[in-house]
Design a protein around this ligand. Structure first.
Ligand code: ZN
Length: 288
């Protein structure tokens, strides 16, 4: 574990941010001993970090190097997530393709996910139409019936046009029989990102499209349900298993850019008491 003592003027930029401990709300001042979560770069007072069992974002790594203020202010694309939920789940058959189609590339600040397929893979249909047409055109020219070429060209253009009008190619992943395994779910200020094993691609569900988030206690661990406007539901089983982790997750969920209704369901009685402050302080959080 790496700790840092806040010094002035060495950490002046950090002090100017007037940060407070994300869990206790205590102001972070000169002389305080702090710890940075390696994933979300949040700064915690040392005692808070101990209280969190030295874990945040589903892991225990801390930053050895004091992050420069420039890095702390990164906005948009490279901004670190608010929280990372560990996940060990496969895409469900019931919604697999719909989930993979989620990412809205027009979404502000989100980099367009690279389509790694070759030109041929992307346009197989159109390329074959062109090859066949060119072959037919050459053939008709040799046979001395050139006017037919114009007809063939016209039909080829129409075919490609109609195909691209009605069958928009939205697939981000080349089809594979292997089910995509989900590694983690990241909570960002304006979207939730589903990260997959074996691939750097992620699927982003935009906050604006989300109606409610359900955290359901299922005996050993919690499952996370994302209910979209229009009632499409995605459900993931997570590695969240205790009230401290739920506490951390709720802390990130109240920082979202827009208020989403959050239900925590099937809570054991003791945990419900521990989490009660979230319900009393936030009208959009409901415990059951
Ligand atoms: Zn973190």
């Amino acid at each position: 574990m790496h700790t840092h003592i806040i010094r002035n003027p060495r950490h002046k930029a950090f002090l100017n941010e007037n940060r407070s401990d994300p869990i206790t709300g205590d102001e972070i001042k000169e002389g305080d001993k702090i710890v940075f979560c390696a994933i979300c770069k949040s700064a915690f007072l040392y005692d808070t970090w101990l209280y969190l069992d030295k874990t945040h974002c589903n892991q225990g790594e801390t930053l050895g190097k004091f992050p420069s203020s420039q890095k702390l202010e990164i906005s948009g694309v490279t901004r670190p997530p608010l929280y990372v939920i560990g996940c060990n789940d496969k895409i469900s058959n019931s919604y697999g393709n719909e989930l993979l189609d989620e990412t809205d590339n027009h979404f502000m600040n989100v980099p367009v996910i690279a389509d790694e397929r070759s030109l041929y893979q992307k346009n197989t249909f159109s390329i074959w139409v062109i090859i066949i047409s060119v072959f037919l055109i050459i053939l008709t020219m040799f046979l001395g019936i050139a006017p037919l070429s114009i007809g063939i060209t016209f039909i080829a253009i129409m075919t490609i046009g109609i195909k691209s009008m009605f069958f928009k190619d939205k697939k981000l992943f080349t089809p594979s029989k292997k089910k995509k395994e989900i590694e983690s779910i990241e909570i960002h200020r304006n979207y939730i990102s589903i990260r997959f094993k074996d691939t750097k691609k992620d699927v982003r569900i935009i906050l604006k499209s989300i109606l409610t988030i359900n955290l359901i206690y299922a005996g050993k661990s919690y499952s996370l349900q994302i209910v979209k406007k229009g009632n499409k539901i995605y459900e993931f089983s997570t590695s969240l298993s205790n009230v401290t982790q739920i506490n951390q997750l709720l802390h990130s969920l109240v920082q979202l850019d827009e208020k989403v209704t959050i239900f925590v369901r099937n809570l054991p009685y003791d945990d419900r008491i521990k989490l009660r402050k979230w319900e009393t302080e936030n009208e959009n959080i409901l415990l059951y």
